[in-house]
Write a protein that binds this ligand. Sequence first.
Ligand SMILES: [Zn+2]
Ligand SMILES: [Zn+2]
Length: 396
Amino acid sequence: MVEQLPRVELRHGDGRRLLVYGEYDGSALAVEGAAGEWPALHLRRNPLTGAFVAVSPARNTRPQTAGAGGQPTAACPLCVGGPELPFPYEAAVFDNRFPTLLAEPPEPPDGVAGESAPALGACEVVLYTPTHTGSLATLTVQELARVIAIWTDRSEELCADPRFPYVLVFENRGEDVGATLSHPHGQIYALGHLPPFVLPRLAAIDDHRLLIDTCLSCEVVTSDLAAPERQVVANDSFTVAVPFAPDWPLEIHVRAKRHGARRLPDLTADERRDLAAALRAVVHRYDALYNAPVAYLMVCQQAPDRPLDGRPVDDWHLSFEFLPPNRSPHKLKVRASVETAAGLFINDTLPETTAGLLAAAVDDDGLPDDPAFPDVEVVVVPTGVPAANIAVPRPT
Ligand SMILES: [Zn+2]
Ligand SMILES: [Zn+2]
C-alpha cells in the first residue's frame, strides 16, 4: 500500500522556509520576525589547495542543549512548542537558523584580499519525530519510512536545481561529534560546487571506467560481498559492511547493490524498505556495542553532477557511510596531525575484528521487514489549501 504524506509549505517571519510533513493543524507562524542578516557569510579559496572554506562567524552563537540528553526541555528548539515548530507536528524540514550556505547569499564583504565567492547553497534541518529522545534505531517503522520519504523528497528537489551539483544528507549524533541538539534530527546541505573529498572519488570512478570499462562501485559491492568477515548484517538491496580500508575504527558503509541506484530518488519501494532495515541495524549496533550510544557522523553519498554536462555520475552507487569517532568504549580517535595534514588515517583496529564485534553486538535486529512497512509518497499540498482539507491517510 502506498501511503501519501502531505507536505505543507510555510514561512517563518524571518523568511526561512518550513515544510510540515504529515498532520498539520492549520496554525500560522508568527508573521513578524527579523530577517536573517549574514553580512560576513562567504567562501574563501585556499590558494595552496584550491579548496573553499566557508566563513560563517554568526554560527558561533548557536544554542547548545545536547547535554540535556533524556527529557524534553524548554531549551530544545525542536520540540513541539519551540521556536521552530510552535504547533504539533509529525516530521518537518526547515531552513537552518544558522546557515553556512544560502540560496541567495550576500556578496563577500568588501576589502577581502584574496579569492572569495558568495556562500551559495542550502542548509536544511530534518526533524525525524516530535519525540525528544531516540535514534534511527528506535523510530517507529512509520516514522522511519517517513524520514526516508522526506530525504528522498528533499534530494529530488535540491538535485534538480542546476545551481547545486552536490547534495549531502547527513546526521551528526552526539556531543563527541559536536552535535549541539540531542532531539533526533539530521541535516541536508546542497553545495554550489563539488567539494574536495568528492573529486578523488569521481576521478577513481572515471579512471576505472576508462581503463577497465566496468563500474568501480559495482566492484566495491562485489568485494564486500566476497568478504563475509567484514559484513555486519545481510540485506537484499544493500551491503552493510566495514569497508576494506576504513579511516575510522567503527566505520560501516551501507551501499546500494543495484547499478543505477545512484541517489535516493532512484530507489524502489523494496529498496527503501531494505534501506530502513540496514540503517536501523547499524544504529542498533552502535547503541548496543558499548551499552551506551556511540556518537557518529552519518553521511549519505549521492551521485554528484558531472562538472561539464550536469548529469549524475553513472557509476556512483548511493551509500550511507557511518563514521563514529570511538576506538574503544572510552577512547576517541582524534583526527590528529598525520590524518589532517597528510590525509593518512591511522586505524588502531583490524577492520575484520571490528566487523565481527559489530555483527555480534545485537541478537535480534527487530528489522522492519514485515509486509506492513509502508511505502510513503510525499504529496505537495498547494499553498492556500485549508488545513481541514488536508487528508492524512493512515494504514488500517
Ligand atoms: Zn526536543
Ligand atoms: Zn555499478
